[in-house]
Design a protein around this ligand. Sequence first.
Ligand code: AMP
Length: 546
Amino acid sequence: MKGLMQDWSLVCHRIIDHAAIQYGKRKVVSRSIEGPIVETNYAEIRKRALKVAQRLVKDGIKPGDRVGTLAWNTWRHLEAWYGILGAGAVYHTVNPRLFPDQLIYIINHGGDRVMMTDLTFVPLLEKIADKLPAIERYVILTDRAHLPQTTLKNAVAYEDWIGEVDGNFKWVAVDENDAAGMCYTSGTTGNPKGVVYSHRSNVLHSLAAAMPDVLGLSSHDIVLPVVPLFHANSWSLAFSAPMNGAALIMPGAKLDGASVYELLDKYQVTVTAAVPTVWLMLLAHLEQHNLKLPHLERVLIGGSACPRAMMEKFQDKYDVRVTHAWGMTEMSPIGTAGQLKPEVASLGHDAKLDVQEKQGYSLFTVEMKITDDNNKELPWDGKTFGRLKVKGVAVASSYFKGEGGNILDKDGFFDTGDVATIDELGYMKITDRAKDVIKSGGEWISSIDIENIAVGHPDVAEAAVIGIVHPKWDERPLLIIIPKKDKKISKADLLKFMEGKIAKWWMPDDVIFVDEIPHTATGKILKTALREQFRDYRLPTATAAE
Ligand code: AMP
């Protein structure tokens, strides 16, 4: 027997429709690329998104065509986002922090026909435009007064471009399983691969992400997504905030501590989200100027492991609750979030932090398992490491154009490339990327655990750990440190600080102090580059072992 319910398709434009109807006056505030802060609301965003859709159709964009965006988080980018979706086209958010060669590869591989971009990236695009033959037009997200002289093909100021239509338009009809958006993985090895979200997966992922045990969004929230739209749907916030009527404060191009603080304070932001690097800058700014965060209730931290010291600072000093989350581009992106279940909610201070240091438990719509190399499932005991595999309604089933072949195991699970433990309560803890784990004497050492402990030292700004070849143990950990500005730390000092916090045999064999650690375009430590840099490095213990 079939259910007798209506077929109400899960298409993304319904989100902005709902926001405009129920929360039309909720604010969307942006730091513009031109400088001033601009205020608008969901009703206006929808109105102008309709114009974008209408204008794209007038330019010949058909359902399924890709429209690129190379832009910061602003109201215009949000309008473009919903406009592209509403034209039945596919938004392709491109990460401007990638190298030019990667940008060229991604834009061509994605087959983008139009590129919508900020003023910031006009010079960058001008340099590579001759290698982007499929792009028919560049829409610069600004007005005529700010449009620079440019060689970009058919360049037009966004405001002029949408000014040519009246907005009397109906969203183009699409199937909920049609492609809605595209985002390439950061590709630390090999070429980046395209992840293609469907309307249905975006809607369901946003519903799941907004739930109380994940982001817990409501119309009372004021959300500042520092995490960019080009970083996997800004962790669902481009959908889940309007869906729930949460106001949006968009940071534009300025992500430094002072600029983020200004918005948090001025607009009384309640929820914000970003990678740890951003929070390092904010916390340094707060400390330097002796500031507080009286309005902020929650901070979502993910993309790489949130150090314990950062959690403590937010929670104990600023009274801001940390939600540690894990996910990946292939998962739309949220997979787990670290809210406290009733079983752990009344633990003491340190025991609670132990739980929060884990990456959390899976949200509804995501299944996970850990396996050995033979796909044998491993126990959820909080100790056994294994390959983390996932399955779900918003998890990729393959990459764009079939790159990388079949990416699912025989049970339909996707191998995340992460190594993790899962405890009895379902809390998952990433111990490493499969390729970054340090293999010492047949056992695995988690580089992330060592890094987290090292950044707990008050004079350490950033830490990275890589495995260095060792004649006896195969590999041993090398700890690479950036000290805080004007601070000096000795190797002995640091090792003493770490003693007793990790197993003896996990202790780094050497410590190196540097001025810079390379990062990927999404803010993660670029371990491949570090390994290359220290390829010929000899550990003092290696000489002793020979
Ligand atoms: P991306 O697709 O660029 O978002 O990268 C996804 C990868 O980032 C994951 O597979 C993890 O290796 C890493 N990652 C994301 N969140 C976390 C986290 N909270 N802790 C540790 N690693 C993380």
